[in-house]
Design a protein around this ligand. Structure first.
Ligand SMILES: [Zn+2]
Ligand SMILES: [Zn+2]
Length: 345
């Protein structure tokens, strides 16, 4: 076990499959054999990045990938709470442990955060070494192939935990993997009414199956008018914006009720113009940004949720390819017909 295959981002568009050294297991690390990894929207951004084009300034060469499930094969000299053979998933953000945020209970927004596959080599490889504090046990009832989805589930849960949605109305804009997980989390948190929005019929059908009482095809319907009509002119208590689409973001501000909450999850590609007076100030709208998952409160919450069996990962896994076919996997992950695409090393 000296070398392995890895999907390496070099200074070009796309990535290349290379034979590289198996990473060393540091004193505080765990070395895992990667059993399944999933492609995230942020991996796609890095994959498509080309030197000098776009905002993704990270050092290359870099092994891509952050969402994984693996089996521990080695533990570092100072690691006492993990053993070889254990199945793990991972918190994909490595906190520095020393900044203001880390020292005041907010390490998920660490000022010096390092993200797998972005600041440090990632998991689209046969083996992956990472800090043992980021390892989490694969929850009971979650299969190896579903394991990588614990990380995006954490994002969805963290977004919904920014507002009190119990017994209230929620609009979820964008039905990619995070939006569809958000529908399921909102349902489990006791939202009285969930309105899901997307441009894809197949994704809207899933949103309905996962508990959305209303689905809106934003390619054909005006989402602000529809939400106001569904809510008797009031607007919804909480908006979870997962699309990152500029127009959807401003529509989301308009469909929130007075005194409501707007949670920004998706990342617009450019600065936006918003009606601050009408949509924020006079409305007394609460706006939350969010990043990643709370370390590690969110992990306890989502583990409890999946162990109750209220989250369905299966329908979100729309393709599974061997690591060698990563190019096809990235192309599927960018097509409208797919949600999560798995890479199996
Ligand atoms: Zn991710
Ligand atoms: Zn920090």
């Amino acid at each position: 076990m000296n070398s392995m295959k890895a999907v390496v981002k070099r200074d070009l568009k796309g990535a290349v499959l290379e034979e590289v050294a198996v990473p060393a297991c540091g004193d505080f690390d765990v070395l895992v054999e990667v059993l399944a990894a999933s492609i995230c929207g942020s991996d796609i951004n890095r994959y498509n990045w080309e030197s000098g084009k776009g905002p993704y300034k990270f050092k290359t060469p870099m092994i891509l990938g952050h969402e994984l499930c693996g089996r521990i094969v080695q533990t570092g000299a100072c690691v006492t709470h993990w053993e070889p053979g254990q199945l793990v998933v991972a918190e994909t953000h490595i906190p520095c442990g020393r900044c203001y945020q880390c020292e005041t209970g907010n390490s998920h927004i660490c000022a010096g955060v390092q993200v797998f596959g972005f600041h440090t080599d990632g998991c689209f490889a046969n083996y992956f070494s990472f800090p043992s504090i980021c390892a989490r046990p694969l929850p009971k009832g979650v299969s190896i192939e579903e394991g990588p989805l614990m990380e995006p589930l954490g994002v969805a849960y963290h977004a919904l935990s920014k507002s009190n949605i119990n017994g209230d109305t929620v609009a979820i804009i964008g039905c990619g993997p995070i939006g569809l997980l958000a529908v399921q989390v909102a349902s489990s948190m006791g939202a009285a009414h969930i309105i899901a929005m997307s441009r894809s019929e197949f994704k809207l059908d899933l949103a309905k199956k996962f508990g959305a009482g209303h689905i809106l095809d934003v390619a054909r319907e005006n989402p602000v008018e529809e939400v106001l009509s569904i809510t008797g002119g009031q607007g919804v208590g909480t908006v979870i914006e997962c699309s990152g689409d500029a127009a959807a973001f401003t529509q989301g501000l308009k469909m929130a009720r007075k005194g409501g909450t707007f949670v920004a999850v998706g990342i617009p590609k450019r600065p936006l113009e918003v009606d601050v007076a009408g949509d924020i100030v006079r409305k007394e709208l609460t706006i939350h940004g969010m990043h990643g998952r709370h370390m590690f409160k969110t992990w306890y919450s989502i583990t409890a949720l999946v162990e109750q069996g209220v989250i369905e990962f299966g329908p979100l896994l729309t393709a599974k390819l061997p690591l060698e076919e990563f190019e096809e996997a990235f192309s599927l992950a960018q097509s409208k017909e797919h949600l999560k695409v798995l890479l199996i090393p």
